[in-house]
Structure formats: C-alpha cells, structure tokens
Write a protein that binds this ligand. Structure first.
Ligand SMILES: Cc1ncc(C[n+]2csc(CCOP(=O)(O)OP(=O)(O)O)c2C)c(N)n1
Length: 327
C-alpha cells in the first residue's frame, strides 16, 4: 500500500495520538481533583494538528508551540513525566516550576517554551528558522498557533519576514473557531485563514484538521519543501477544542449542537478505523498500545506528585543565561 510514511511509522503515530488524548483527559481529571494549581488548557479534539507535524520532524528541528500544544510536545517525543512535572509546577520540570502549567518547552529536543503573549512564539519560531538559514543548516522550524493569534500584529510581521527571506518554516494554524470566547467571525472577515499567506508571497493551504492522513500528507510536503530551501508554507487546519478555553471556562458561549458536530468528527477513532481497515494495525496491537499508555501516564503522575516544589528564593535563579561561548 502506498502511504506517505512507512506503515510501521503510521502505527507509531497512532501511539502518539492516543497518548496525547489519554494524557490530556487525565490532566483534566487531575485538575478537577485539585491535584495541581493554576488551570489547564485541554486540546482534546485537536490532536491531529499538533502531533502529526511534530512527529515528522528530526530532533534538531525546532518547534515553537503555544499554550494548547500538548500534542506538539508528545509528537516531538518529550517524555510524559517531563510534561506532567511542568503541569504540576514541580522543580523537576524543564523550567523548574516557574512558568505557567501549559507552557511546555524542552530544550534537549528543541521545543521552545511558549510565551504567555498570544502569537509571540510565531516570532520566536521565525527567528529560529532565520538562524537555520544563516548557519546553512538543513533544518526546519514549525510554529503552532490558534486562529486568534492571526489577528495580532507580530503574526503579520513574522510571516512577512519569513516570506522575504524564504525561511525554512511551516506555520500551523489550528483554527478551532474560537479565541477564548471570541468567535472567528468577530476576528476576521476571511473564511479561509490561509488566504493571509498570499500577502506574504508564499503558499497557504486550508485543510480538514481532523483528518490525520490529510494532515500528514500536507505537513510532510510542506516540511520537505522547507528543508530543501523552498521557503515557508502556511497550513490552516480547521479543527475544534471539545472543552472550554481552559478548565475554568464552562464555554457556554458555544451551542451544544456545534460541540456535538465536532465530536462526531473525532480524528482518533477515524484514524484507528483507517489503520484497521487497511490492515496496518491489529486489534491486539491497539490493546497493547493502550495498556502501555496507561502505565506511562500512571508513572508520569507518580513522578510529578513525588517531585518537590521549588523554593521561593529559586525564583531569582536562571533569569539570565550565564554559560556558553558568548557569555
Ligand atoms: C496579547 C494577549 N492577549 C490576550 C491574552 C489572553 N489569552 C490567552 S490565550 C487567548 C486566546 C487565543 O486564541 P487562539 O490564538 O485562537 O488560540 P486557542 O486558545 O484557541 O488555542 C487569549 C485571549 C494573551 N495571553 N495575550
């Protein structure tokens, strides 16, 4: 069978998608039990658009995620226990418990820690791509953001710069039709956000972000092209978050019909069916993946809950980079 990536890899992708879904539902449950503070930004429903692009990258490629990109971290193979320690704000997390719970970043795998300011990570991802170009490296940056982020000035400045310099970057817009409680129609008069790319001189594509195989094909082509010096691509993935903006938001600004419509378009069972129908996975393998995921999530929770909190005086540590050849 002709697939965009090897059949074995399709199976591996299923594992990362399912891990993201189950981890996310677990984190929601833990928040409701007050096992960690702050809030939690669920991305249940949006897994295809985050896991797939990251999964296609090498370790050296850079990911610039936003606050809803659990899947981008899992797809880049950040260990679940590292992410759980971040959610729990423990000392063992990459930022030693200093940042927001869902600002997951991980330097060893080139995942940039998101900034709180919406759209700021688009600038960072673009800067990373510029760095790759200046250094003559064959690497790619992938920047993730929501529909709301495309209404901010720095989004436009970054894409303009990327177009001028033909940077090796893929912009993944997760259009879930809501920026917190603001509907898309009050943010823009556009129907397809990918039209924005025209203004910057590079291709924009709008796709069904819940179709795993379509996301895979579109992202693979864009990433390969960027790696070969073909410049940026903007991919608008139309998708949906099932729950509120964060776990403290009941999201009663949305109609039950709208939520139901999208729940019926759940990307994961559809992908599972595709794999089963095409004999790319067996039910036994699915069951085995499921029990492996359960064990990994339990271990991640145990790790986070047994990790210490940072001490107040540690808040002043690591504010400036003190090592390296330019120190
Ligand atoms: C400049 C700025 N304005 C407002 C906020 C508060 N805020 C955080 S996330 C968010 C919504 C972002 O919407 P979108 O970009 O569509 O991403 P989504 O949450 O839908 O994934 C807002 C308004 C912020 N962090 N930064």
């Amino acid at each position: 069978m002709d697939t965009v990536i090897e059949p074995e890899k399709l199976k591996e992708l299923y594992y990362y998608l399912k891990l993201t879904r189950d981890f996310d539902e677990e984190a929601r449950k833990l928040f409701k039990q007050a096992r960690f503070g702050g809030t939690y930004f669920s991305a249940v429903g949006q897994e295809a658009t985050t896991v797939v692009p990251s999964f296609l990258l090498t370790k050296e490629d850079i990911v610039a995620p936003s606050h809803r990109e659990l899947g981008a971290n899992i797809g880049k193979k950040v260990p679940p226990k590292v992410i759980m320690a971040q959610i729990y704000a423990r000392k063992t997390s990459p930022d030693k418990g200093k940042s927001h719970p869902c600002h997951y970043g991980y330097a060893p795998l080139n995942v940039i820690t998101p900034a709180s300011t919406v759209a700021a990570q688009i600038v960072l991802g673009t800067g990373a791509a510029y760095g790759f170009k200046l250094l003559g490296k064959k690497n790619v940056a992938v920047s993730f953001f929501g529909d709301g982020a495309t209404s901010r000035g720095c989004f436009h400045e970054a894409l303009n710069f990327a177009g001028v310099h033909k940077l090796p970057i893929v912009y993944i817009c997760q259009n879930n039709f809501w920026a917190e409680s603001v509907p898309l129609r009050l943010q823009t008069a556009l129907t397809d956000l990918s039209d924005r790319a025209k203004a910057y001189g590079f291709p924009g594509i709008s796709i069904d972000g819940n179709d795993v195989m379509l996301v895979l094909k579109t992202c693979k082509e864009a990433i390969d092209k960027a790696r070969e010096g073909g410049g940026p691509t903007f991919i608008e993935c139309k998708t949906y978050r099932w729950y509120g903006h964060s776990e403290i938001d009941p999201a009663d600004y949305r109609s039950p019909e709208e939520v139901e419509y999208w729940k019926k378009r759940d990307p994961i069972p559809a992908y599972e069916k595709y794999l089963l129908d095409n004999e790319l996975i067996t039910q036994e393998e699915i069951d085995e993946i499921q029990s492996r995921i359960r064990k990994e999530i339990d271990e991640a929770v145990e790790y986070a809950e047994n990790s210490p909190f940072p001490q107040p005086e540690e808040a002043l540590e690591d504010l400036y980079y003190e090592g390296g050849e330019n120190a």
